[in-house]
Design a binder for this molecule. Structure first.
Ligand code: UD1
Ligand code: UDP
Length: 385
């Protein structure tokens, strides 16, 4: 039987979370030899995901440096991939999303004339500096890829509009597949601080903030707004697992440190995070992934960014673009905390991003592309509510 070699290349926490269910699906296919190459763009945060999903790596470039620059991530990945690709000679490389690992991994494959499959393709703001550098990373990979796995119909439409080369499949987002295994009603937190939270009597806000375009003044303004929200609502507590980036940690500590009802904790593993979202009151975040996960659990989200490449949940009413200005963030959070009708309007579960079968569709599409399967997978169709 003909077997193809598929190498998944990833390096940051969100890529690992969203690639994990796909790597597991590929491993089940008898005609696919599945390999993992980690860049190690993140170290601790990546290793935590690998261990939760019990994944092992075949290659690890271990590129992370303290306060690394975009150029160093890109060049170290390119150089590292050189040897890996020459040795492993995969038939297909899979990259995910929009990080520097994604871009450099795809470029390295292109230099070796190895086709690239892009998972989570076609999301766009069409502002090259927002999110930065992710918008450009994702767009450039769109030019390189031979297979585009677009989560939603709108993402596929962007790619068609840009007349990208290659085939487009609408698959849903793999993060919804991942959540099938992580979210459990009887889940007990491993982090004692989370077990001690009173989710029924207190309004618990889950906060994350880490993006490069928010470094500096925007991040200070966001955190000052959070402080104000907590100070004016005695029943509110904030849980913020602070990203390991030194820039983020310094700002968080300076603006939010030492406050009784603001819990600054280290990053938590993905099971802890998903179950925290499932139980919290609402989410404030500049993360991409959380904008997909929280709506699936019926939790309102205030997005701490000027733009989003994920407009589907905004249209569905579960997500609001709060921006980065102090006044607007405080105003929107106050409305959620003080006006039950505003909260209820936002707090309904919507799944515009997937139905939990994205990985099956992607693996089927790969097999179809290589002539190992006769039928093309059906497209994911979001349920219209
Ligand atoms: C990266 C991605 C961003 C993604 C984010 C997810 C790029 C350009 N950015 O940004 O798209 O949203 O990951 O979290 O690809 N660090 C550690 N240990 C870790 C992880 C990070 O110490 O496990 C520290 C290091 O000092 C590192 C710094 O965080 O230099 C920044 O990491 P980096 O990957 O460059 O940027 P992120 O902001 O994490
Ligand atoms: N996440 C996690 N632990 C944390 C914070 C976030 O497991 O302490 C998860 C979150 O649920 C989501 C992903 O990490 O699946 C998002 O990653 P991040 O915010 O770092 O990147 P982005 O999605 O913005 O690219």
């Amino acid at each position: 039987m003909m077997k193809i070699k598929v190498m998944s290349v990833f390096g940051t926490r969100p890529e690992a979370i969203k690639m994990a269910p796909l790597v597991m699906e590929l491993a089940k296919r008898s005609n696919i030899d599945s390999l993992c190459c980690l860049t190690g763009q993140h170290r601790e945060m990546l290793d935590s995901v690998m261990s939760i999903f019990r994944l092992h790596s075949d290659y690890d470039l271990n590129i992370m440096q303290k306060q690394q620059t975009l150029s160093s991530i890109t060049t170290r990945t390119l150089l590292g991939m050189e040897e890996v690709l020459s040795e492993a000679k995969p038939d297909l490389i899979l990259v995910h999303g929009d990080t520097s690992t994604t871009f450099a991994g795809a470029l390295a494959a292109f230099y070796h004339k190895i086709p690239v499959g892009h998972v989570e393709a076609g999301l766009r703001t069409y502002d090259q500096y927002s999110p930065f550098p992710e918008e450009m990373n994702r767009t450039l990979v769109g030019d390189i890829a031979a297979l585009h796995f677009a989560p939603t119909d709108a993402n596929a439409q962007n790619l068609r509009k840009e007349a990208v080369r290659g085939e487009i499949f609408i698959t849903g987002n793999t993060v919804i597949d991942a959540m099938k295994t992580t979210v459990r009603p009887d889940y007990r937190f491993a982090t004692e601080k989370l077990n001690r939270l009173d989710f029924s009597e207190r309004k618990i806000i889950a906060l994350t903030c880490h993006r490069r375009e928010n470094y500096g003044q925007p991040m200070h303004d966001i955190f000052r707004a959070v402080r104000q929200i907590v100070q004016t609502h005695p029943d509110v507590e904030v849980v913020y697992p602070v990203h390991l980036s030194p820039v983020v940690r310094e700002c968080a500590l300076q603006e939010l440190g030492g406050m009784e009802r603001i819990h600054l904790i280290d990053p938590i593993d993905v099971e802890e995070m998903h179950n925290l979202i499932a139980r919290c009151c609402f989410v404030m975040t500049d993360s991409g992934g959380l904008q997909e996960e929280a709506p699936a659990m019926g939790k309102p989200v205030l997005v701490l960014r000027r733009e989003t490449e994920r407009p589907e949940a905004v249209a569905a009413g579960t997500v609001k673009l709060a921006g980065v200005a102090y006044d607007n963030i405080v105003r929107l959070a106050n409305a959620l905390l003080e006006q039950p009708e505003v909260y209820d309007r936002m707090a309904h579960a919507v799944n515009p991003y997937g139905d939990g079968n994205a990985c099956r569709r992607i693996a089927d599409a790969i097999e179809w592309h290589f002539g190992l399967r006769s039928e093309k997978p059906e497209n994911f169709q979001a349920q219209v509510k």
